[in-house]
Design a protein around this ligand. Structure first.
Ligand code: ZN
Length: 248
C-alpha cells in the first residue's frame, strides 16, 4: 500500500528492519553468497547511476575528516613501512620506464615548488652524515683536480686579475657584483667538453651561476657574445678554439 507520508514510511521501514534484524542479515548474507557476480554488477550499476552524488559525498567526507585520514594513513605506514616503501619504489620504477621525460619534468616541478624544503633536507643530511659528505666531497675534488691537471693551459694570478677587472668584478651571467674572493673561475667551454685552462677560456661567474651551468656547452650565440666581448676589451680568446680543435 503506497504511503502518502514518506517520512512516516521510512520510520516504519526502519522499525520493521530493527525488529527483524537478525533475520534480514541472514537473508542478505545468503543472497550475497548465492550470486556474488550479480551483487557486484548491481553495485557497479548503482555506482554508475549515482556516480556524481557518491563522489561528492566521498569528497566532503575526506575534507571533513582530513586530519583523521592522515592519522590513519600515517599509522598504516608505520605498521607496514617495508611493504609501502617497496611498493612506492616499484611504482616509481614502472612510471619511469613508461615515461621518463614526464617523471623528470615532475621532479623538476616538485623541486621548484618546495625549493627551500629540499635544500633544508639536503643540508640536514649533510649535518647528520658528516663522514659520508666529506668523503663525497673529497672524491669530487680529487676527480676535478685530476681533470685540471690533465687539461692543457696555464693561468697566472695576474691574468685572472686582469680578467676580473675587465668584467668589472661582475658575474658574466647574472651581473652580480663580486669580489676577488667570491668570484669563481668559469671555464667558458667546459673542461669535460674539451675546454682549456688558458686565460682565453676563463671568465668570472658567481657561485650559483657556475653551479647551475655545471658542464653545459655554451650555445652558438653565447660563443659569439663571449668572443665579441673579449675582442672589444682586448682579452685573449685566440686559444679558445685552437685548443679545442687540437683536443678533438
Ligand atoms: Zn651569477
Amino acid at each position: 500500500m503506497p504511503y502518502k507520508n514518506k517520512e512516516q514510511q521510512k520510520a516504519y521501514q526502519r522499525a520493521y528492519h530493527l525488529a527483524n534484524r537478525e533475520c534480514h542479515l541472514v537473508a542478505c548474507k545468503r543472497r550475497r553468497e548465492e550470486d556474488p557476480k550479480r551483487i557486484k554488477a548491481e553495485k557497479a550499476a548503482y555506482y554508475q547511476r549515482n556516480r556524481k552524488v557518491i563522489r561528492e559525498k566521498h569528497k566532503a567526507y575526506r575534507e571533513a575528516n582530513s586530519d583523521r585520514i592522515k592519522g590513519q594513513k600515517r599509522l598504516y605506514y608505520q605498521e607496514h613501512k617495508a611493504e609501502c616503501n617497496a611498493a612506492s619504489k616499484r611504482n616509481y620504477r614502472r612510471r619511469t620506464d613508461e615515461d621518463p621525460e614526464r617523471m623528470r619534468r615532475g621532479g623538476r616541478e616538485a623541486y621548484a615548488r618546495n625549493k627551500d624544503v629540499h635544500k633544508e633536507r639536503v643540508r640536514a643530511w649533510r649535518r647528520n652524515n658528516p663522514e659520508a659528505w666529506s668523503q663525497i666531497n673529497r672524491m669530487w675534488v680529487t676527480k676535478r683536480n685530476r681533470l685540471l691537471e690533465s687539461t692543457p693551459g696555464d693561468v697566472e694570478r695576474a691574468d685572472w686579475l686582469q680578467i676580473l677587472r675587465v668584467y668589472a668584478y661582475g658575474c658574466d651571467i647574472c651581473g652580480e657584483q663580486l669580489t676577488g674572493r667570491t668570484a669563481t673561475m668559469d671555464h667558458f667551454i667546459p673542461i669535460s667538453g674539451g675546454g682549456t685552462n688558458w686565460p682565453d677560456n676563463l671568465r668570472p661567474l658567481c657561485r650559483s651561476c657556475n653551479a647551475r651551468k655545471h658542464n653545459k656547452m655554451p650555445t652558438r650565440s653565447q660563443c659569439e657574445a663571449y668572443i665579441w666581448f673579449r675582442i672589444v676589451n682586448r682579452l685573449p680568446c685566440n686559444r679558445l678554439y685552437t685548443e679545442v680543435e687540437q683536443a678533438a
